[in-house]
Design a protein around this ligand. Structure first.
Ligand code: NAP
Length: 216
């Protein structure tokens, strides 16, 4: 009969106790919920945002991402909960808008991985944020769909070269808690409670999966 200790002693299973975790976007709707859960699970969370958190850095600037890791040192996991993209009708989206979306959501998170390679522990993880628009289009969402799809493709590609470090993406639909603000953009789509989104971060950070896109 299997006993709990058999699971605890599973081959190569790293300890999930007290990880040191860098959380970017930690003061937002999603980041606050992720921060609370990771703290309750006894992890040591270093929080980052442009204007709040423990450390203030703008992750759209690659030099600031390098400075951030230099300040933080070694971590067991990096979790991103920041990323902005312009929403406009297709005919109004300019080159600058697409560039803003790529900078704000894609290259910022790619920089966290690129600069983080030497700062994340050997079996540590990266968890990136994307969203439902990678698979379900909405009107005004072309730049966001482009950005989210790019991150998800990047995660699958990076995973095969990162091992034994790991990388996953969390790809939620609109949060139940954000319906007041964004609900009109997602007509007929079922919202997801933040608690479920947070669970996907925990699955990515404390589990052993890699190359996964958690579609919620
Ligand atoms: N809300 C939803 O329903 C929903 C659904 C699916 C996916 N998502 C995705 O989830 C992510 C977070 O959404 P949210 O609603 O939680 O956003 P939010 O409430 O606006 O929070 C964004 C967080 O990121 C920080 N931040 C923004 N730009 C930054 C930068 N360049 N460098 C460092 N920190 C930065 C913000 O703080 P500062 O302003 O102080 O920097 C804040 O802590 C976004 O990528 C969004 O697309 C959201």
């Amino acid at each position: 009969m299997l006993h709990e200790r058999h699971f605890r002693n599973a081959a190569n299973a790293p300890s999930v106790d007290g990880m040191r975790i860098l959380l970017v976007g930690a003061t937002g709707t999603l980041g606050t919920a992720v921060h609370q859960e990771l703290t309750e699970r006894k992890h040591d969370v270093v929080t980052v945002a442009r204007t709040g958190g423990d450390l203030q850095y703008d992750v759209t600037d690659p030099a600031q991402v390098a400075d951030l890791y230099a300040a933080v040192g070694q971590v067991d996991a990096v979790a991103a909960a920041a990323g902005s993209v312009p929403y406009k009708p297709l005919a109004e989206l300019t080159v600058a808008d697409y560039q803003a979306g790529l900078t704000g959501k894609v290259l910022s998170q790619v920089a966290l991985v690129r600069e983080g390679l030497s700062h994340v522990s050997p079996r540590g993880s990266f968890t990136l944020i994307t969203g439902v628009l990678a698979r379900e289009p909405i009107v005004t969402g072309a730049a966001a769909s482009l950005a989210n799809g790019a991150i998800e493709a990047f995660v699958r590609a990076a995973a095969i070269e990162l091992a034994p470090q790991r990388i996953n993406a969390v790809s939620p639909t609109v949060f139940t808690e954000s319906l007041d603000v964004y609900g009109d953009f997602f007509p007929g789509m079922k919202p997801v409670p933040l608690a479920d989104v947070v669970r996907a971060y925990v699955r990515s950070i404390e589990g052993q999966q890699t190359g996964q896109v958690y579609a919620l």
